[in-house]
Design a protein around this ligand. Sequence first.
Ligand SMILES: [Ca+2]
Length: 302
Amino acid sequence: MTYDLGAVYNVTNMVLWNYDEGNVLTNRGIKDFTIQYFDKTNGLIASSGLLTAQRADVTSGRIVAQVIDIPDTSNVNKIKLCISNNWGDTLAGIAELKFGGTYVSAWDNYTPLDLISPTGAVTTLNDWSPRELFHSWDTSGLTPASPLRSTNTHAISANNYMWESTGIKTGTVTYALSNVLGVTAVALWNGNEVWNKSVKDFDIQFLDKNDVQIASVDGLVARAGGGVAYVYELNAVGVLHGPLAARVGTVAEVFNFDEVRGVKKVRLNIRSNYGDGGATSISEIGIHGRVVPPSGTVFRFL
Ligand SMILES: [Ca+2]
């Protein structure tokens, strides 16, 4: 049986509640076994010697937990139990199993293959038709639009491709997710029609399903125009902008962080743009998130 810890841990202990169906069939409990540790690339890190689980003690009517001393092992993502035998029955089982250890890092780093789009958004800036907020999460303007990847480029923003505020340049944009997720990255295709309307300084805040902020990544800076190397020039009214010939599309900037779990909403707290006096724009947003499996529960020994 292989257990996915849901993140990377330094593992130190194991607690087993062995099998006891009806407080009777304790002979189905596992007995001799070894464990193997795997890293997040599924590489074998280490193995234990032969370990022995005790038959379930149910004299109290409940199964007593047994702490099993397993080898301290660093940077573990999965643990495999290799069971040799049980306490005598033809079937084998356990009631519950937990591992103890300390958190090291998120299970996985960002990959460009599995971004998701938000499912809705609200903003404290003005939403300006026909450049409404939903154009920043509906994959409009992306090539290709699906699957959503950070390697996709976003066309020069235009009506129906982008979000742009009017009259207000700083504030929050809050994106809703379809599920409660563990989030490890946000990909931003910045506004690119007029470079000085691009988002500049911002924070990413994470809200749980009750709209309570649970974490924040502060002090981020996005690149003007989303990272396209424009040659800027002054237009007739003295505003810097990229010449049309150079504006071929915007690539994503990817902001990585340690996994934040229990996230239902991702909020961009926009503190500044690249200079426009009244408007800020975003071409598209992608979220790297995953449903955290229940097997990810790990507790710390006190
Ligand atoms: Ca878009």
